[in-house]
Design a protein around this ligand. Sequence first.
Ligand code: NAG
Ligand code: NAG
Length: 287
Amino acid sequence: MGCCSPPGAMVLLLPLVVLLAACRPGHGYSSNCDYVLESRVVIGANDLTHLGQEVEVHTIRRAILHEYFNNKTMINDIALLELDRPVHCSYYIQLACVPDASLRVSELTDCYVSGWGHMGMRSAAPVQTAEVLQEAKVHLLNLNLCNSSHWYAGVLHTHNVCAGYPQGGIDTCQGDSGGPLMCKDKTADYFWLIGVTSWGRGCGRIQQPGVYASTQYFRNWILVQMGLLPAEAPTSTPYPVYVSTSYQRPKPTYSSPFRPCPFPRQKVLDFFNLLQELLQGLRGKKA
Ligand SMILES: *[C@@H]1O[C@H](CO)[C@@H](O)[C@H](O)[C@H]1NC(C)=O
Ligand SMILES: *[C@@H]1O[C@H](CO)[C@@H](O)[C@H](O)[C@H]1NC(C)=O
């Protein structure tokens, strides 16, 4: 079975790469994203001090930020990057699937987060970021519980996913933003991209788990950006699209020349080494 064709209809995320969040924390998207187009996307990396042959370096053609992102409420904290060319899948680089509405996400139990962000409970100095990609197993937590008074006290949105541990200890932290929250399918040998690391209060605190943007919630938005779904309201305000010079958005094509890569045997997680370089410091509000 190919990656993104399990029963239930999937989307292939090539050559767009689902990414993260909202440019720099604490800033509006409109002012601080120019740097994105000058950034490079390093895919397939593990140890940032020793990038090997398996690494692919890409430039970014477009960075599409959600039109209704709000830097105060962290609503709609998601963006999509279109890369210069397709990514070649390998032992180190694999795809994960964005779930449609039919997947019962809360039933998934084998879930992981990863990143090169800060290690340790506090993001205060001395800052310790990881050279080697870190990965942790987390639990998906009930959103109502997570939004309750002793937890996040009402600041969460329906498009959030909470993951971590009620007692804290294991969590994403500053610099992990934009990274994946992924869960293995209940029966098959592939992973779902469930969330994109967004924010949290501190790191690893009791009842303050990581907050993620739900890719299931934003699936249609992603498809629209990729030209795979018509926009529902064509007259709405244009998306703030940052386009590198002389690139025209392609017409939607349904016969993509990009072949899906066969799905992962083991090293699925390495795929997500995406962009973390770019994302350093992106985990907004992780003070
Ligand atoms: C949020 O975005 C607005 C509009 O882009 C900007 O003026 C403001 O400074 C940002 N707020 C913070 C806290 O950075
Ligand atoms: C979280 O709680 C606030 C306040 O009760 C509410 O407005 C908001 O809709 C809740 N979010 C979710 C995802 O239920």
